[in-house]
Design a binder for this molecule. Structure first.
Ligand code: ADP
Ligand code: MG
Length: 323
């Protein structure tokens, strides 16, 4: 029967894409400049994430898989100014509770790497091996010990689709990181890590997108917004293309979504879903990210400021430029 850890795991990792999200965020937090994500069978048989980040020291490896073990928060005050993507220390323990995990990691100060195996939350081995710097984590047979949860998943193709959507968002949200995404042995998406947002959008959305977007730059005492917005005649069928990132985090905020749609209102004739890819830099002290278990939703302390800045920045461009 399910243990407390298996039950708790469901909150953090309800499907393969959530596992990929947590693991890529860990790689980002570890300072990686290159991250490879490989999946097989929609992530059900295999998820492999390789990064070139800081690695985990031998003595910290078992700890990292304990519930609420995090190296990222030390005090209650830290919680108020979270800048790392992860901060709850729940992901690795939750993932390990419902899969077979193999971790290979090496820090720069260690001569050797280490391989750690943990299955269904049970430690199997920790041994020394040769390895390049950084971390590779393999997740095999996700939900193998929680058949009820496995049954709730969609087909492998659909689950792979969720992961592809996630990879697109991750690439757009971290243009300074080089990503490679491999599905069933084929490279599906790649980004250079050269901070070229237009190139990334081109790779994801195709050649035409570069003709359809306008650069945006807004700066005030409180916040900075950069990125691209779609020309108003390019209407999208749904909110899928209204993306924005706060301090490198892909999130949802009713305030920003409303502001974007409000800004476009006078310019979109019949439709209301524009394309945006906006990067917000906001003082972390004015953000509460601890709202949703998957950290998708945040609460802003200065709603009004962010709302108005977004509307102004978009309207300035739409009313000023020739379309
Ligand atoms: P959190 O990210 O909330 O701290 P996790 O369970 O995701 O919790 O990870 C636990 C800890 O394991 C992290 O705090 C970090 O120290 C370490 N860790 C996990 N993944 C990596 C990685 N790819 N590179 C370096 N350290 C990692
Ligand atoms: Mg994490």
């Amino acid at each position: 029967e399910p243990t407390i850890n298996q039950i708790a795991a469901g909150e953090v990792v309800e499907r393969p894409s959530a596992v990929v999200k947590e693991l890529v965020e860990n790689a980002v937090d570890a300072g990686s400049t290159a991250i490879t994500v490989e999946i097989k069978e929609g992530g059900l048989s295999l998820i492999r994430i390789t990064d070139n980040g800081a690695g985990i020291a031998k003595e910290d490896i078992p700890m990292a898989f304990l519930r609420h073990a995090t190296s990222k928060i030390r005090t209650a005050q830290d919680l108020l100014s979270v800048t790392s993507l992860g901060f709850r220390g729940e992901a690795l323990s939750s993932i390990a509770a419902v899969s077979q995990v193999e971790l290979i990691t090496k820090t720069s100060s260690s001569l050797n790497g280490y391989r750690y195996i943990i299955e269904g939350g049970d430690e199997k081995s920790l041994e020394e091996i040769g390895s390049p710097g950084g971390t590779t984590i393999l997740i095999r047979n996700l939900f193998y010990n929680t058949p009820a949860r496995r049954k709730f998943l969609k087909s492998a193709v659909t689950e792979a689709g969720y992961i592809s959507d996630l990879m697109e968002r991750l690439m757009v949200s971290h243009p300074d990181i080089s990503f490679k995404y491999i599905v069933n042995n084929q490279v599906k998406l790649q980004s250079s890590g050269n901070n070229n947002i237009k190139d990334i959008l081109y790779n994801i959305y195709g050649r035409d997108i570069t003709k359809e977007i306008l650069p945006l730059h807004y700066e005030s005492n409180e916040l900075k917004i950069t990125g691209f917005i779609g020309k108003p005649m390019i209407n999208r069928g749904n909110r899928m293309y209204e993306n924005y990132f706060i301090n490198g985090r892909y999130i949802k905020s009713n305030v920003i979504t409303k502001a974007i749609e409000e800004a476009y209102k006078p310019f979109l004739m019949q439709h209301k879903y524009p394309f945006t890819s906006l990067y917000y830099e906001i003082d972390p002290n004015t953000i509460d990210v601890n709202v949703h278990p998957q950290k998708l939703e945040i609460r802003l302390k200065n709603n009004e400021t962010v709302y108005q800045a977004t509307v102004d920045a978009i309207r300035d461009i739409l009313s000023g430029k020739e379309m």
